[in-house]
Design a protein around this ligand. Sequence first.
Ligand code: RB5
Length: 141
Amino acid sequence: MPKVIIGSDHGGYELKEFAKEILTGMGYEVVDAGPETAVSCDYPEYAFKVAEQVDADTLGILVCGTGLGMSMAANKVKGIRAAVCTNEYMAVKAREHNNANILCLGERVIGKGLAEDIIKAFMTTDFAGDRHLRRINLFDK
Ligand code: RB5
């Protein structure tokens, strides 16, 4: 069963729990990197916990208030392409064009219905390769 690593901070905790239900329903094995409660915490800690477990066969999801802090922190980890998506189109293109391997969501930005659509779009879209591979290879300096 394909695996997804998921994490949040307090600002994204409720949406993380909801995302776990969606992913489990889609048949994914979900590894929850925490936190276990919505008590205030520091998002970079969980961004790194997730990013460091993501590999060629594994996608990640990170949720904070806006998705922004999570994406900034996760993108510090080598090999990570974390994308904040606020609609399905962004989720599809993040996978097709950018081969994003972590989806970042903002619990204070989007509702559950939209989050579900974004998660499903991200998880079911493949990287298009070709010229997009050449471009993402240019990320490495
Ligand atoms: C926490 O208040 C908030 O700053 C955090 O969840 C996130 O939105 C940061 O980017």
